[in-house]
Design a protein around this ligand. Structure first.
Ligand code: ZN
Ligand code: ZN
Length: 291
């Protein structure tokens, strides 16, 4: 959850100065902006929650928050300013990008609230360089949506958890059961009476959900022989769950205690590991790993 005090504490503990690090600036500004917005929040029925839990349809595709375009543009621009203030050269990354006012119409915001990944089609339709948009425009847009989604997603995650029967097996959702986006990061947490459990986290809306421990979060493969964890020497807290079936690598954090865990921050901290793994792959070397 985007809680300003908590984010400030975690940024400080991780030596990330939001005044000089653009990603820290976005996260900090998003948490600060959350108290300034007032999206209307949906109430989902038990049936809708069950459908989402069982991967039939994400909750936001059934009922989502409603965002006022003016309020959204204000948040988008505040986030963009925070990133550029942290690193002025970031401004170049917005060259050729659409203006927020023109891009985020009510119609488009309604579509994004139902399916945030629709942003890619919108960019393509407007002839925007999609690759260049991933540098700053899309991250700012996703953080802006998060500001409006966060409370609803947090409530939804709690409601989904309450529905989850501990004993009955069903396949967990690969996509976020709340907004439908791809999970950003997994976390393994030890619990008092249920042993180690794994959760996936969506950094688009802020939701989290239970997931099988031995299963690829990207393709759903459950073959033990296809899956392994790799990590850098000296840091076994941040690992990649790599899958031979799809070639994917899901950042996964071990030994998580909830008070000191922020999925955005940990995902970002896995960047070095992801780059190292990509290098190793391209060199065709086998990384040091444990199954
Ligand atoms: Zn989500
Ligand atoms: Zn896979």
């Amino acid at each position: 959850m985007l809680n300003l005090k908590r984010i400030e504490r975690l940024l400080a503990e991780n030596n990330i100065n939001p005044k000089t690090v653009p990603y820290g600036a976005l996260l900090h500004a998003a948490a600060a902006l959350k108290s300034t917005v007032h999206p209307s929040e949906p109430e989902w029925s038990r049936e809708e929650l069950l459908d989402a839990l069982h991967s039939k349809k994400p909750l936001f595709a059934m009922q989502s928050v409603k965002i006022d375009p003016q309020e959204f543009v204000r948040v988008f621009e505040a986030l963009r300013t925070a990133a550029v203030d942290a690193m002025p050269s970031m401004a170049e990354k917005l060259e050729g990008m659409p203006g927020a006012q023109d891009f985020f119409t009510q119609e488009r915001l309604d579509a994004l609230c139902a399916n945030p990944e629709a942003i890619w089609e919108m960019l393509e339709k407007d002839g925007v360089d999609v690759e260049a948009a991933t540098e700053l425009f899309v991250p700012v847009a996703i953080f802006a949506l998060r500001v409006f989604f966060d409370d609803a997603a947090s409530r939804a995650s709690d409601a989904l958890d309450r529905l989850e029967p501990d004993t009955v097996h069903f396949e967990r959702s690969l996509k976020c059961p709340v907004c439908g986006a791809t999970a950003a990061v997994g976390a393994v947490q030890s619990t008092q009476n249920r042993g180690n459990i794994k959760r996936l986290y969506c950094t688009c809306c802020g939701a989290h959900w239970r997931f099988e421990r031995i299963r690829c979060a990207l393709c759903g493969d459950e073959a033990v022989s296809d899956l392994q964890y790799v990590h850098l020497q000296g840091d076994d807290k941040h690992r990649l769950h790599v899958c031979a079936n799809c070639g994917g690598a899901m950042p996964t954090i071990f030994g998580v205690d909830e008070d000191n865990f922020d999925p955005n921050l940990e995902h970002w901290r896995c960047g070095e590991l992801m780059a190292a793994y990509a290098d190793m792959q391209s060199e065709q070397q086998k990384p040091a790993g444990n199954a």
